[in-house]
Design a protein around this ligand. Structure first.
Ligand code: NAD
Ligand code: G6P
Ligand code: MN
Length: 442
């Protein structure tokens, strides 16, 4: 393990950046770091986080070379990994993604339904830009992409950059597996061997055993049936009451198919009316995040800068951060760790579109993810997934072809939207709101 790695965090001004850096610092014993660079295209976000992290790293890990910049050449030269978590349009646009559909009594969500489609239309260009910078300045690097909506971004990169070293990832299964381990009285999710399939934010666990092969599903199901995933845990990232409500609602999506246990995001597609009824049209999750996580992270950063020291200041780490280090280790050291990743199906789900991006277990080594075989999936899941994957593909078509018609079809096909006319009204408002970000649709 003589090599040390240099990482660029793209979206360096993200609320998650301090958590990722803390995690990297904690894990240097297994993932040695030479340097960390932050890159953001917005100096006003990059500066406070950059300055604060510079102070913190100097105190705790002065041997790590650290810099922050808005210059792509500086950011992407001489690096081994890009950890990307950009949000094109910032929270201001997330707020509109959530509020515009809600006006029409349609789910308003960051990655699901019309809001997710709108966000996808903004993200594709931003993620491609970062990938192209990486390939230009450090062609052998890997990009581990968290930028949402991961499903649409993954479909776009599969189609437009098929040979690129990008892996699209999500922390929801990891966060839920942490809770499952807690429900089952295990000390870590890594004591479980799981089978899972689906799309990003759209999947099911079919089997969970311990390392000796003991079936843990009966005990888990007994809990999920009553309480979903509502178990007190130290899940900082999902600690808000609205997340706790989401965890509880998993019992109702579980009821639809008691052979599996569901990803929490299925509520937006299966319980859409109830979700809308419980939404506050004037105060959505974007408002909650702006009033909590964003304030806390930037408040802490300001405090560190003012006092010139990080003493007594704390940033939180989430599931987001641990997983990305596991993945980087798997790629760097060929560990063949088994992880859930978003990859081309290529026959892994034998009765599903070969070209779909699916979220399934893979063994990860230095040449990337090797997907495991899933076999045939049941009609209920297959039907839901076919509809949703078509939405994601039509969105990418619309972005590539600048097609209004395909965008309208995408919204209409989303299971969150009741009909074509309301889809058109929502679309027309989203086009107006996204003028600065979307390609012009014809
Ligand atoms: P944030 O708005 O705090 O941070 C995003 C940063 O990206 C901002 O500083 C912004 O200026 C920057 N940015 C936007 N466009 C850019 C571009 N083209 N180049 C460089 N930088 C750019 O957002 P956040 O809440 O911290 O979330 C960041 C991202 O991580 C979001 O996409 C979010 O959905 C995603 N996320 C994904 C997962 C997952 O499971 N995949 C988990 C957590 C967060
Ligand atoms: C989960 C998902 C992410 C998503 C996040 C939103 O972790 O896996 O994809 O971005 O939740 O959390 P927030 O606190 O921003 O609503
Ligand atoms: Mn996710």
């Amino acid at each position: 393990m003589s090599k040390k790695y240099t990482i660029t965090i793209a979206g360096g001004g993200s609320t998650y950046t301090p958590g990722i850096i803390l995690m990297l610092m904690e894990e240097t014993y297994r993932f040695p770091i030479r340097g960390i660079k932050l890159y953001d295209n917005l100096a006003s976000r990059q500066e406070p986080i950059g300055k604060a992290m510079e102070i913190l790293l100097k105190e705790r890990h002065p041997e790590i070379e650290f810099s922050y910049t808005t210059d792509p050449e500086e950011a992407f030269t001489g690096i081994d990994f890009v950890f990307a978590h950009i949000r094109v349009g910032l929270y201001a646009m997330r707020e509109l993604d959530e509020k515009i559909p809600l006006k029409y009594d349609v789910v308003g969500q960051e990655t699901c339904g019309p809001g997710g489609i709108a966000y996808g239309m903004r993200s594709i260009g931003g993620v491609l830009e970062i990938l192209d910078y990486m390939e230009k300045y450090s062609p052998n690097a890997w990009m581990l992409n968290y930028s949402n909506p991961a499903a649409i971004v993954a479909e776009a990169t599969r189609r437009l950059r098929p040979h690129s070293r990008i892996i699209n990832i999500c922390d929801m299964p990891v966060a839920l597996e942490n809770i499952m381990a807690n429900i089952l009285g295990l000390s870590s999710r890594k004591e479980m061997v799981v089978r899972y399939y689906g799309l990003n934010h759209f999947g099911w666990w079919t089997s969970i055993t311990d390392k000796a092969g003991k079936d843990l599903m009966p005990e888990l199901k007994a809990f999920v049936k009553e309480k979903g995933y509502a178990k007190e845990t130290e899940d900082y990232q999902h600690r808000a009451q609205s997340w706790k409500d989401t965890y509880l609602m998993a019992k109702d999506t579980y009821a639809l198919d008691p052979d599996t246990v569901p990803n929490t995001y299925l509520k937006y597609y299966l319980l859409q009316d109830e979700v809308v009824a419980h939404s506050d049209k004037n105060y959505t999750r974007a408002n909650e995040v702006m009033d909590s996580r964003e304030k806390e992270v930037f408040g802490t950063a300001r405090k560190i800068i003012e006092q010139g020291s990080a003493e007594g200041c704390q940033f939180a780490m989430g599931a987001h951060a641990t997983f990305v280090v596991d993945l980087a280790c798997a790629l760097a050291f060929n560990t063949k760790e088994r992880m859930l990743l978003i990859v081309p199906n290529n026959g892994a789900i034998s009765n599903f579109d070969e070209d779909a991006m699916v979220e399934i277990p893979c063994l990860v080594g230095s040449d990337g993810p090797e997907p495991l075989s899933i076999g045939k999936i049941p009609t209920f899941q297959k039907g839901l997934m076919e509809q949703q994957v078509a939405v994601e593909k039509l969105t990418v078509d619309a972005w590539i072809e600048h097609s209004y018609q395909k965008m309208w079809q995408a919204l209409t096909l989303s299971k969150t939207v009741p009909g074509a006319k309301v889809a058109k009204k929502i679309l027309d408002e989203l086009i107006e709101a996204n003028k600065a970000y979307w390609p012009e649709l014809k």
